[in-house]
Design a protein around this ligand. Structure first.
Ligand SMILES: C[S@@+](CC[C@H](N)C(=O)[O-])C[C@H]1O[C@@H](n2cnc3c(N)ncnc32)[C@H](O)[C@@H]1O
Length: 364
C-alpha cells in the first residue's frame, strides 16, 4: 500500500466514501504525499511527456504568439505574462529565447508562474533563473494589469466528478476503501443530472475547472488581455469515462498506486467555454491546425537546415508527434479568450466557438 493509500483509507474510514473529484484532488495535491507535491513527473525519465518537452518549436511559437497578442492589445507598457502549471519551465524557456527578436515586448513583461508543486517550482527556478519570475499558488495573488495567460496541459489535472447512468437515473461515482485498495461504488439516491445516455454511460463534470475558467474570465474582463488554453479533450460535452492514471509512460488503474501515478481526464472545452462568461471565445482549434497556422513547418525547415542528420530526424519526428492526427494533432486543442471586440488571436482567424455560435453571440 502506498503512503497515500493508507491516508485515503483513514479518510474514508473516518468520514465515508468520497467523490472521484476529491480522490483526484487528494492523489494529486495532498500536502504530504500528493503526486505533484512530491514527484517530478515530466520527461523521458518521468511519467509523461508534454508538447513543450517534445520540441523547442512548441514554446518558441507560443512565445511569438504572445508577442503578436501583446501588439493586438495595443502594446501596453507593462504586461503580466502568466503561465498556469508551468511543469519544468520548458515552454517559457523556449518562448523567452525566441523573443530575443521582440525586445519591446521582452521589456514590457513581468513573468508570473502559478504552480502548487514544490518539486516543479524547484525545477522552474532552475530553468528560468535568468528571468526573475514570481510564483503564486493561485490566480487570486496575481498583481493587477493587462495579462497574457498560457496554460498547457493544466486543466486536465484539475479534478472531475463522475456520474454513471443506471436504471434509476444518473448516480455519482464514489470512491470507497475495501481490503487493500480503493474501489468505486454508486451514491444513493440518483442525482438531478438530466442528460441523454445509455445504461452504464459515464458523464464527467469539473466544477474546479469551470471555477478556474470563470476566474480567468473575470480577470481578463477587468484588466484586459488574452488567455491561451491548450489541452487534450473534446470540443463538445459528451458521455465517456476519460479519467486515467499514468506512471512511467504506461496507463494503469486509477487505484493501483495513489500518489505515485499521474491522474488526468479529458477537458470538456464546451463546458470551459460556458464558464468564460462575458468574453469572446476563439476556437477550439485542433493543435495540429493551430501550430501549422503559427508556422511550425517553416520553423522545422529552418532548424533542419543547420542540423546534423540525427538531429534532423529528431525534428521531423517531433513535428510528426505534435501535428499528426493519430498522435497529438487532433486530440489536443487550443482555445483562446479575449474581451468582446478584440481581434481573433493568431491561429484563430475564422474559428467559431460552438458554445457561442449556439448562443448566437459569436463575435467574429
Ligand atoms: C501536466 S503538467 C503540465 C506542465 C507544463 N504545462 C507542460 O506542458 O509541460 C500540470 C502542471 O500543473 C501544475 N498544477 C496542477 N494542479 C495545479 C493547481 N491546482 N494550481 C497550480 N498548478 C497546478 C502541476 O504541478 C504541473 O506543473
Amino acid at each position: 500500500m502506498t503512503p497515500l493509500a493508507a491516508r485515503l483509507k483513514e479518510i474514508i474510514e473516518e468520514s465515508g466514501p468520497i467523490s472521484v473529484a476529491r480522490y483526484m484532488e487528494i492523489c494529486l495535491n495532498d500536502p504530504e504525499h500528493g503526486y505533484y507535491r512530491r514527484r517530478q513527473p515530466i520527461g523521458a525519465a518521468g511519467d509523461f511527456v508534454t508538447a513543450p518537452e517534445v520540441s523547442q518549436m512548441f514554446g518558441e511559437l507560443i512565445g511569438l504568439w504572445c508577442a503578436v497578442s501583446w501588439r493586438q492589445m495595443g502594446a501596453p507598457e507593462r504586461v503580466n505574462l502568466v503561465e498556469l502549471g508551468p511543469g519544468r519551465g520548458t515552454l517559457l524557456l523556449d518562448a523567452m529565447r525566441a523573443l530575443h527578436t521582440q525586445p519591446e515586448f521582452l521589456a514590457a513583461i513581468s513573468l508570473h508562474l502559478v504552480e502548487t508543486g514544490e518539486r516543479l517550482r524547484h525545477a522552474q527556478r532552475h530553468s528560468l533563473a535568468g528571468f526573475t519570475p514570481t510564483w503564486h499558488a493561485s490566480l487570486a495573488a496575481l498583481p493587477p494589469g493587462p495579462l497574457i495567460i498560457v496554460a498547457n496541459e493544466f486543466f486536465d489535472a484539475l479534478p472531475v466528478h463522475q456520474y454513471e447512468l443506471t436504471a434509476t437515473g444518473w448516480r455519482e461515482r464514489l470512491v470507497t476503501f475495501d481490503g487493500e485498495s480503493c474501489h468505486l461504488e454508486l451514491a444513493e439516491p440518483p442525482c438531478a443530472l438530466n442528460r441523454p445516455g445509455q445504461l452504464g454511460d459515464v458523464f464527467e463534470q469539473a466544477p474546479a475547472r469551470n471555477d478556474y475558467m470563470a476566474d480567468i474570465a473575470r480577470r481578463l474582463e477587468s484588466h484586459g488581455g488574452v488567455a491561451l488554453i491548450i489541452d487534450y479533450g473534446h470540443t463538445e460535452s459528451a458521455n465517456g469515462d476519460t479519467l486515467q492514471a499514468v506512471r512511467a509512460h504506461r496507463a494503469q488503474s486509477i487505484f493501483a498506486e495513489p500518489g505515485l501515478a499521474d491522474l488526468t481526464s479529458h477537458v470538456d472545452f464546451e463546458a470551459l467555454g460556458r464558464a468564460a462568461v462575458r468574453l469572446s471565445l476563439h476556437g477550439p482549434v485542433r493543435q495540429g491546425e493551430f501550430l501549422r497556422r503559427l508556422g511550425i513547418e517553416a520553423r522545422a525547415a529552418t532548424l533542419r537546415r543547420s542540423a546534423t542528420p540525427e538531429q534532423s530526424d529528431q525534428i521531423a519526428s517531433a513535428l510528426h508527434r505534435l501535428l499528426d492526427s493519430r498522435q497529438m494533432g487532433d486530440l489536443f486543442k487550443a482555445l483562446a479568450l479575449t474581451r468582446h471586440g478584440a481581434p481573433p488571436p493568431a491561429g484563430f482567424e475564422g474559428a467559431v466557438a460552438p458554445a457561442q455560435a449556439a448562443q448566437g453571440h459569436a463575435t467574429w
